[in-house]
Design a protein around this ligand. Structure first.
Ligand code: GLA
Length: 747
């Protein structure tokens, strides 16, 4: 599988040619990234887009820019020499030289045992200093994805200082650039914004280091020549796999070339690299689509499920989470009653959220106890094992909440280890949600965080799921572990420390599901997803907000990872009252869960929940592993949000439609079902209703009809919604092999 290819490299070809012009191409099934080496051994970018198979024109081709203006399209641009744009690499060399000019030495192309993946390493060296840079590209053939990271090796006599060390640099040329990026804040994450780029630099960045993805996300969809469209047009999409500070720059120059640099944020992060040491940048993930945003998302989703997300093939269980139903106020009975209801409704797991720990400083609110991970004896006298056992007897898995990177000042642990707290070296640590951050650059803290996880797992053999929270970010940075001259390493060493802990956890607990919660929406990025099976998309469970949050999230990250819960009304964050069916229909577009007090539900609502949960289990493999075809965007002004997931063989699909805004009773949606096979016949069945009022319910249609004419269910009033399952029909019957949950990935 995906990670084993790392150790099973098969050397296919090694190319090493000096001082002659050549073309280096990275091809996937449909794409090419092409670079050339000039006769002066400069490495220049040439093309990223649809596949081009000839090499010759790239040798002759004149640049879009005048070389004597110092603007050659370097494949990895540097500070110094003749470059005056934002450089991908900026170094102060051992001798004080501020210039770096990279020349090509050699390149190697390797194929992994998994034939779908090739690696190209382009080796570069500074003209005057013993500084070596390897550009490492991996091409994923059938996903049409290319990843890039960089190795920077210091062979100079003394330490060098890295200022900029981005993972990728792409100088691309089109007739206009429409940047689609994400903005928001806590409980309002991943709102999509399109900006037509004008000259100068537009940057997307985080300087928070923890919870980096509330206000922006290290990903983008860049539509070329025209605004972003779901089905048409050229789109370059990218995402950085890094859980710390990031910066993505889009610099439009006087030649109308757009220079994209993306990677770790240089902000306050000068890195001192000792002789013979190597600095590795994180992976930047890139794709290109000529079928609009839809194609770009599907490429990223396929790559993520096949190569990045932890444990992709484990079906994520449906669950009841205790937070919005009980908050900090519970005893054993509250929880066992919730488990009874969860089991009755057909859910598969119960997750005990915050509030189960702390004795000297009981965790009965956000002000105390965080960090003291001993079971609160007053609330839970029979401990966690009793509860986990109870769950298992009810046929449920059991999960539990942790926030191991942080502590309340009011806790035994904070009083015992003041030196573990992140703080301005001269002063006081700041609190946020009344808590302090632990300094994960410190190996002792790494041991502690690992032990919190480990000891919690030991509370019961029946724990299957950990909700890993992180409810603050870095302020007043400072580490008592790092020396005074290495304080600027803090941002990077924190993330490396986190990854070290994750590695240890994954070695010991390969199967436990670990959700990246991070206040909801705070760690939505591919660095964290290498270790987590899922993310908590937002603390905002309001369904109308979720339409936008999940639409945005799923532009880049697949539904497999997006936890999506039905909560009570009026919604605790927004006060909005919406029908239960609308809430269930929407939650079913991700990993379905519930987060409310079941005993406050009417019998009628509990019966509805039972039906919806049973229906979800029939279609969730398509949601988790299928291809996403968005139909109406919540931003398109129609008042409808609609989407379809289709399995890879186009035998089964599921369509979701929501009326999110009253447009007029005379208006009916038209959902064209792109993504089906025009040559198959399909039967539609409406789910989550006792009696459908859709004229096409249980009817058979040709794929051609559904693609070209589509369906028009009557969803006219605000919060009307519908779910339609679609199944291939052969000779009047459902076709064979329609039920295999792993079918979608061909595994
Ligand atoms: C964060 C999480 C919530 C909940 C609370 C508990 O806000 O995102 O889901 O777990 O913490 O304190």
């Amino acid at each position: 599988m995906k990670r084993t290819f790392m150790i099973t490299i098969l050397l296919c070809a090694v190319l090493q040619v000096f001082a002659q012009q050549k073309v280096i191409r990275l091809d996937t099934k449909d794409l090419s990234l092409i670079m050339t080496v000039t006769e002066n051994n400069e490495l220049l970018f040439q093309h990223f887009g649809n596949k081009i198979t000839e090499d010759a024109p790239f040798i002759k081709k004149k640049s879009y820019r005048r070389a004597d203006y110092g603007t050659d399209p370097q494949m990895y641009s540097t500070a110094g020499g003749r470059n005056f744009r934002e450089p991908a690499l900026r170094i102060t060399h051992a001798n004080g030289d501020l210039n770096t000019e990279l020349i090509y030495i050699a390149h190697q192309q390797l194929t992994f045992k998994d034939k779908n993946v090739n690696q190209t390493v382009v080796k570069l060296k500074d003209k005057s200093n013993r500084l070596y840079v390897n550009l490492i590209f991996k091409t994923f053939q059938k996903e049409n994805v290319i990843t890039q990271n960089v190795e920077i090796k210091n062979e100079e006599d003394k330490e060098i200082v890295l200022h900029n060390y981005y993972s990728t640099y792409l100088p691309i040329k089109a007739n206009g650039y429409y940047l689609n990026s994400f903005n928001g804040s806590w409980a309002r994450e991943m709102f999509l914004e399109e900006t037509k780029l004008t000259h100068g630099i537009k940057s997307i960045e985080s300087k928070k280091n923890v919870r980096t993805t509330h206000t922006e996300n290290p990903s983008f969809l860049l539509s070329l020549n025209a605004p972003l469209n779901e089905n048409y047009g050229e789109v370059i999409a990218g995402a950085l796999a890094w859980s710390g500070n990031y910066k993505l720059n889009f610099e439009l120059d006087e030649f109308n070339v757009l220079n994209i640099s993306a990677g770790i944020n240089p902000y306050a992060s000068q890195y001192h690299l000792k002789p013979h040491n190597i600095f590795f940048t994180p992976d930047m993930v890139l794709t290109y689509s000529n079928t609009g945003a839809g194609g770009a998302s599907r490429n990223l989703h396929d790559w993520a499920r096949n190569y990045q997300i932890y444990d992709p093939m484990t079906i994520r269980p449906t669950l009841l989470n205790s937070w919005e139903g009980a908050y900090f106020k519970f005893d054993e009975k509250t929880l066992t009653d919730m488990m009874d209801s969860a089991a009755d409704m057909g859910l598969e797991m119960f997750v005990l959220d915050d509030g189960w720990f702390g004795n000297n400083y009981p965790r009965n609110g956000t002000s105390a106890g965080l960090g003291d991970w001993q079971v609160n004896k007053a609330k839970l006298p029979r401990g966690i094992n009793y509860l986990a056992n109870y769950a298992v007897k009810k046929g449920l898995k059991f999960g539990i909440w942790l926030e191991p990177e942080m502590v309340n000042p009011q806790s035994d642990i904070a009083k015992k280890h003041p030196d573990w707290i992140v703080k301005n070296r001269g002063g006081e640590a700041t609190t946020m949600r009344q808590q302090w951050l632990l300094d994960l650059s410190n190996p002792q803290v790494q041991d502690f965080v690992f032990s919190v996880f480990d000891e919690t797992m030991k509370l019961s053999p029946d724990i299957s799921y950990i909700k890993w929270d992180a409810n603050r970010h870095v302020e007043a940075p400072g580490s008592t572990f790092l020396s005074a001259d290495k304080q600027s390493h803090f941002w990077i060493e924190y993330v490396r420390g986190l990854y070290k802990v994750y590695e240890r956890i994954r070695q010991k607990y390969p199967k436990v599901i670990v959700q990246a919660c991070s206040s909801g929406g705070g760690r939505v990025e591919y660095g964290a997803l290498k270790y987590h099976q899922e993310i908590w998309t937002s603390d905002n469970t309001d369904v109308l907000s979720r339409v936008f949050i999940q639409y945005g999230t799923n532009l880049i990250y697949p539904a497999l990872v997006s936890g999506s819960h039905v909560s009570a009304v009026p919604n605790h964050q927004t006060n909005l009252v919406t029908p239960l069916k609308f809430r269930f229909d929407m939650a079913m577009t991700g990993r379905l869960g519930m987060e409310l007090q079941p005993k406050d539900m009417s019998t009628h609502d509990q019966e509805f929940a039972k039906m919806a949960i049973a229906n979800y289990k029939q279609i969730r493999d398509i949601v988790m592993y299928g291809d996403l075809y968005r139909i109406n965007s919540p931003y398109d002004g129609t008042g409808f949000y609609s989407l379809m997931y289709a399995d890879k063989k186009k035998k089964r699909a599921v369509v979701f439609g929501f009326c999110i805004n009253y447009q007029g009773r005379t208006l009916t949606p038209k959902f064209r079902l792109n993504g089906l096979d025009p040559n198959k016949n399909y039967r539609l069945k409406e789910l989550n209703v006792t009696k459908s009022n859709f004229w096409g319910d249980e009817e058979t249609f040709s794929g051609k009809y559904l693609i070209n004419e589509g369906i028009n269910p009557q969803l006219q009033k605000v919060f009307d919604s519908g779910v339609y399952s679609i199944e291939e029909i052969e000779d009047g019957k459902p076709s064979k092999n329609n039920e295999d949950p792993c079918d979608a990935e061909g595994k």
